[in-house]
Design a protein around this ligand. Structure first.
Ligand SMILES: *Cc1c(COP(=O)(O)O)cnc(C)c1O
Length: 461
């Protein structure tokens, strides 16, 4: 099993190399050379299995020789042991034929834990084996950062630096990043927005001298290992509603396109998914792109669903690569055009994308109204991101069961939830003292050179 870059120039890598590298050296993203498929019998056999057993079946074909079967089973068990729910990703019913997949029972209360916890385990095994030291640098609009810090805090051989937009993450998100006491954790508050943070990380990865000097590794949603871990819950939830004998549809609150891309992979692996619906907030570049065929940047407007406040969706490049028949040169050219504002997608490619994805958007008012309506009419308190999903899903309900992904716990975004419902969502008891712990962070300018010297200095200890 080999991984190739979406820009056609980076070297083909093994699973382990692709996972440790993150972004390819040509600026592209790694994708499997071919996507393995599961037979109908293999999918049917998942009925009644534990989340961990399903995770093994789904992920094993992608990892090649990187881990032995036993080691891999051990990693999966360790990754999900800290979750607060025995089902890991339980499914609840919202309405006839509309279901909610609760992906917020991990240590930081958002779906990012599903990927990050196993990435932490896989990195640790790999680094122990090689004796290497690495520096993880990531950008976050809130949830990735807390999940990464939670997964890597205190691990040997790893420093973790997380860049987040100062003042633009919720207090719970910030405290989850700033309260861990381990010396290898560095929370950096950048004077800028999420796209500035993401651009700074990309620039650091494209600086080969810096990259090699500090042993840079990425765990942003572009990391193939993360996408892979997210494929699992598409299978576990679909099977519990009757797949592979009955198709299902999914609506996915979308920002960087990582989560929904995992659904696209699940479908390629053989899971019968009828509709894959991209749900955006008012930062709706993906919805606009599917409608107009032009991928054009606009400014980011802060919303009550901040983890989706982005204008450039990194993982979209992966599906664009497929839409262009895996022509890395075309993708490379379009990504260069993006630096100047945007690009037009060809007729053939936009046709493929429209056949593959449906889409919808929720305004701020619609999101708040959905939070309120789902408590009153469906007995579920949704976080704002999940509410964007539920709102958009309603336009796509049909004869096939619709599964909306609940990407975070409402207590992670208490202000928006309280504003919409008058109810204050409580943190689960296991993290009730979050507001009493001391915080530790560094304010930094939106300047790549300054960030690089800070990271170089702290990792030379
Ligand atoms: C990250 C995140 C999203 C968006 O997921 P992508 O994979 O970036 O599309 C949605 N909701 C929440 C709560 C998130 O943390």
């Amino acid at each position: 099993m080999h991984y190739i870059s979406t820009r056609g120039q980076g070297p083909a890598l093994t699973f382990e190399q692709a996972m440790l590298t993150g972004l390819a050296r040509d600026g592209g993203l790694y994708v499997p050379e071919t996507v393995p498929t599961l037979t109908t019998d293999q999918i049917a056999a998942m009925a009644g299995q534990s989340y961990e057993q399903i995770a093994y079946t789904v992920m094993r074909p992608f990892i090649g020789e990187t881990f032995t079967d036993d080691a891999f089973r051990g990693l999966i068990d360790a990754a999900y042991a800290g979750f607060g729910h025995a089902a890991r990703a339980p499914l609840v019913q919202l309405a006839p034929n509309h279901f909610l997949l609760e992906l917020f029972h991990g240590p930081t209360l958002a779906f990012k834990d599903f990927a990050m916890q196993i990435i932490g385990q896989m990195f640790q095994v790999s680094l122990r084996r090689s004796g290497q030291r690495i520096t993880i640098v990531g950008a976050t609009s809130g949830d990735t950062g807390s999940a990464a810090i939670e997964a890597f805090r205190g691990l040997d051989g790893v420093d973790v630096f997380i860049l987040y937009p100062h003042g633009r993450v919720s207090e719970v998100q910030r405290r989850q990043m700033t309260t861990p006491v381990e010396a290898n954790v560095h929370a950096l508050a950048v004077d800028g927005d999420f796209d500035d943070c993401q651009a700074a990380v990309k620039d650091m990865f494209n600086d080969m001298a810096f990259r090699d000097a500090v042993g840079l590794a990425g765990v942003n949603s572009i990391n193939w290992g993360r996408v892979l871990a997210q494929v699992v819950y598409y299978f576990s939830s679909a099977v519990s509603l009757g797949a592979p004998h009955r198709p299902v549809s999914f609506t996915v609150p979308t920002g960087n396109f990582g989560d929904i891309f995992a659904g696209y992979i699940a479908r390629q692996m053989g899971l019968p998914i009828e509709q894959l619906v991209v749900a955006t907030n008012q930062n709706d570049i993906l919805h606009r792109t599917l409608q107009t065929g032009a991928y054009t940047k606009e400014g980011v407007t802060p919303t009550i669903s901040p983890s989706m406040d982005i204008q450039v969706s990194s993982n979209f490049e992966r599906v664009l690569f497929d839409a262009y028949g895996r022509d890395g040169a075309v993708v490379s050219q379009q990504m260069a055009d993006l630096k100047n504002g945007g690009f037009e997608i060809s007729q053939g490619a936009i046709g493929m994308l429209r056949d593959t994805f449906a889409s919808g958007r929720a305004s701020e008012a619609e999101t708040s109204a959905a939070i309120k309506r789902y408590v009153a009419d469906h007995g579920e308190l949704l976080c704002p991101h999940s509410a964007v999903g539920a709102h958009v899903a309603e336009d796509h309900l049909g004869s096939v069961p619709m599964i909306t992904l609940a990407t975070a716990h409402p207590a992670k975004f208490p202000a928006a939830v309280e504003e919409a419902t008058g109810m204050h969502p409580a943190l689960p008891p296991r993290m009730a003292d979050l507001f009493d712990r001391p915080e530790r962070l560094t304010r930094v300018p939106n300047d790549v050179a300054a960030l690089q010297s800070l990271i170089a200095e702290r990792t030379s200890r």
